[in-house]
Structures are given as C-alpha cells and as structure tokens.
Design a protein around this ligand. Structure first.
Ligand code: R1P
Ligand code: URA
Length: 290
C-alpha cells in the first residue's frame, strides 16, 4: 500500500517536507548539529560543497571531505525536532518516493549519524573544554511514549534507578548508542551517560526567576550509580537531543553516536570563555575520524 500524501509529505520538487532534501542529498555518513550556524563551521573544511539547502532550522550542506561525500545538517533544539529529522532522513533512503512504498528489507540502508553538539557537565570532574562521547542516553522527555522502543533489561534498570533517584512520576527511557561509532569516533574522549532533557532551564535544574519542582535535581542526578555485569555507570552531562537520536536510531536501524563539547559545568558554575573553540576542535576531530 502506498503511504498517503498526508503521511509522507513531499514538496513540489519531490523533496521531503521539513528537510527539503531529495534522496540524492543523503550520504552514508551524516553529521548533525543543533545550531544552523554550525553547519558552515563543518562544511568550511570540505574540499567542495555541491549543495546547500535551508528550510526553517534545517540547514544542509552536502560536499566532499578528503574525497568522502558527507552531508551535514542542523536539527534545531529538542527531541521533537529529532523525531522529524530521523524519520525524514530514514524516509529519504528507505522509502521509494515514486511508489511511496518502503524499500524491501534486503535494500534497506543503515545510515551512520554523528551528532556534534554542546552540553553541560553534571559532574565536577567532567571539565569545561572536554569532549565526551555518549554511551547511554537517558531520556527525561516523552518522545518515546509514542513508539514501541524495546529496551534491554539493563537499560530499564538504569532508567528506573534515575526515576527513583529524582522521584519522577514516570520512568525515563534509556538507550545505548552504537558501539561501532563510539569506538571509531570517541577514542581519547571521556565516556559518559547523557541526560536528555525537555528544556534548558527547569528540566536541567536551572532557575532564573521560576521556582523549581526539583530544586535538588542536580544533586539527585549526580548521585545516581547503576551497576551491572558490564560495569558501573553514572550520569555525566545534560543536553536536549541524544536520547531521541539513540531511540529512533535503534528503531529505524541506523548507527548513531553523540559527541558532546562540554561548554558548561553545573557543579562548578562555569561557562566556557571560548565555547566556539571547544566546538571547532570537536568538529575537526570528528571530520578526521569519519
Ligand atoms: O549545541 P546543540 O547541538 O544545539 O545542543 C545543545 O545546545 C542546545 C541548548 O543550548 C540544545 O540543543 C542542547 O542539546
Ligand atoms: O548546560 C547546557 C549546555 C549546553 N546545552 C545544554 O542543553 N545544557
């Protein structure tokens, strides 16, 4: 059955609804960033840029880096945007836009998606300026309530430990990212477990003028310790997208990794003086390794 035009929405030029991209714009490896202004910071390293597309917060450059074709695109902020980006990227490679049918299993493509984002450290020993690769992502937001994500027993236990530590009314979700990409891209970086939040302020324990429901959120999260035969895990950093990537990546069959430039430390109260440099260094390191 063809997917109706209200579900798979194509623009007049055949591009997909929000990203405005055609299947031909998608390389096997995709670098994603939150900030649209970060896209040219990546593509400035390319030998050549063949395509530039922009719609809303979704800016895409396609080009070649040391002979390898790469797509870099911005997602904007939040897992609601990750729902759009991952579903549309997957559609671009795994749905035939002419017949509107999903491609047969044997033709399915598994993308390699690398998020390069900024993040705030939760622990005092994760310094501003560090680069951190996310092992597990803990989603405090609700994206996965709408999908049948299968979590391992260990993931459910880790998420339940977080729920109990904070006293949340609901169980967060927990997803391990791609072992393959973590090994390939994360060498020499700190290894961490990232808390993905549905906001920058209250959900990350920040208060400017509003009172918080969990005034000691940071202490509670900092104290989480989860052990299983694989090891002992703690929570290291906050941001706003990684759990959505890891969950949708798993469900759609794509390899995903999240690389974090630590620009703030919530334990010491610091914000990086030169946050751009930390991000630029992470971009250079990522390009070197993809
Ligand atoms: O720098 P990016 O990739 O946008 O990531 C982080 O920065 C934004 C908040 O300032 C959130 O999107 C958070 O996840
Ligand atoms: O503290 C921080 C810094 C960057 N991004 C976040 O979401 N939180």
């Amino acid at each position: 059955m063809p997917i109706p035009s209200s579900e798979l929405i194509l623009n007049r030029d055949g591009s997909i609804y929000h990203l405005n991209l055609l299947p031909d714009h998608i390389s096997d490896t995709i670098i994603t960033v939150g900030d649209p202004d970060r896209v040219p910071l990546v593509s400035q390293h390319f030998d050549s840029i063949e395509t530039q597309v922009a719609k809303r917060e979704f800016v895409t450059h396609v080009g070649y880096y040391r002979g390898k074709r790469l797509t870099v695109l911005s997602t904007g902020i939040g897992t609601d945007n990750i729902d759009i980006v991952l579903n549309e990227l997957d559609a671009l490679v795994n749905i035939d836009f002419v017949t509107r049918e999903p491609r047969p299993l044997e033709e399915r493509i598994s993308l390699r998606i690398v998020r390069v984002g900024t993040s705030g450290a939760l622990q005092p020993d994760v310094p501003v300026g560090a680069h951190l690769v996310t092992e597990h992502a803990i989603g405090l937001e609700s994206l996965v309530q709408f999908y049948p994500l299968v979590e391992t027993g260990a993931e459910v236990e880790f998420a339940t430990t977080v729920q109990q530590a904070v006293g949340l009314d609901y169980r967060p979700y927990c997803v391990l990212g791609s072992d393959l990409l973590r090994e390939q891209l994360g060498a020499g970086m700190l290894n961490g477990n990232t808390v993905t939040c549905p906001g920058f302020y209250g959900p990350q324990g920040r208060s400017l003028r509003l009172e918080l429901r969990y005034p000691d959120l940071l202490e509670r999260l900092r104290g989480v310790q989860f052990s299983n035969p694989e090891g002992t895990f703690r929570l290291t950093n906050f941001e706003m997208e990684t759990a959505g990537y890891y969950a949708l990546g798993r469900m759609l069959g794509h390899e995903v990794v999240s690389l974090n430039a630590i620009v703030a430390n919530r334990a010491t109260g610091e914000f990086a003086e030169h946050s751009d440099q930390i991000v630029n260094d992470l971009i250079a390191k990522t390009l070197d390794r993809v």
